[in-house]
Design a protein around this ligand. Structure first.
Ligand SMILES: N[C@@H](CCC(=O)N[C@@H](CS)C(=O)NCC(=O)O)C(=O)O
Length: 225
């Protein structure tokens, strides 16, 4: 019954190359690259073409293309990669740490990053609205306090990268650059937040991604000033 299976060729299997639609300054594309780097996967990036909506109905970046599969939402993509390439694990094995990891991912995508996002239209000094900066700053301070507590209570060891770290690291990097460029008043960096960043930045895949991504962030900031 059925056709013959092709002979298993580990070289070909390992040489799998993912296609990612991305743009250089995108925070969620950097988040996805952190997962790809951690898994030791290979990818090539393409800018979204003019007919992107025909290829990717949500219009979101990043999108992953894996053969006939096109997938958006950085967290859905990361979980797909986690299930397809379980080693090294980026979700803890045990029930409660796994749930806490997912909680932090959701907190990032639905609370912390949306607070940062309020600043993006206020980077250029000529279009900066003081009331929007004040409101964004208040919200960011609230979210950073919550993040600090979540990290203090987290059962996840910090000697490796979990799925939930990927977005948080990139957003904290953006908050840092926003503060450095005086887009907003100083932020309440707790000792927990500082040591978390230091520990994360020491991981090789994080160092590699930030070395790649920071110039894109700086270029984007300079294009607005
Ligand atoms: N929750 C989404 C957010 C992605 C997102 O907002 N991406 C931005 C670029 S960083 C984007 O696609 N903007 C265009 C749009 O939303 O149409 C994810 O995790 O992928």
């Amino acid at each position: 019954m059925g056709g013959r299976l092709p002979a298993f060729n580990p070289l070909r299997y390992n040489a799998q190359m993912y296609k990612i639609y991305s743009v250089g300054h995108s925070l969620y594309c950097a988040k996805l690259r952190l997962a790809l780097r951690t898994k030791g996967l290979e990818w090539h990036e393409r800018a979204p073409p003019a007919d992107y909506l025909a290829l990717v109905p949500t219009g979101n970046l990043p999108a992953l293309v894996d053969g006939g599969l096109t997938l958006t939402d950085s967290e859905a993509i990361a979980e797909y990669l986690e299930e397809k390439h379980p080693t090294p694990a980026m979700l803890p094995a045990k029930l409660i740490p796994r749930a806490k990891c997912r909680e932090l991912s959701r907190f990032h995508d639905t609370r912390l990053e949306p607070a940062l996002r309020r600043l993006f239209s206020n980077v250029a000094p000529e279009t900066r609205v003081a009331a929007e900066i004040d409101a964004a700053h208040a919200e960011i301070c609230k979210r950073l306090a919550a993040l600090s507590t979540l990290l203090e209570q987290s059962p996840l060891p910090r000697d490796r990268l979990w799925l939930s770290d990927c977005g948080v690291i990139v957003t904290l990097e953006w908050l840092d650059i926003m503060e450095t460029h005086a887009v907003l008043p100083p932020l309440p960096w707790s000792n927990t937040l500082r040591s978390y960043r230091t520990q994360m930045q020491a991981l090789p895949q994080v160092a590699a991604e930030l070395a790649f991504y920071r110039p894109h962030m700086t270029e984007w900031m300079q294009s607005k000033s």
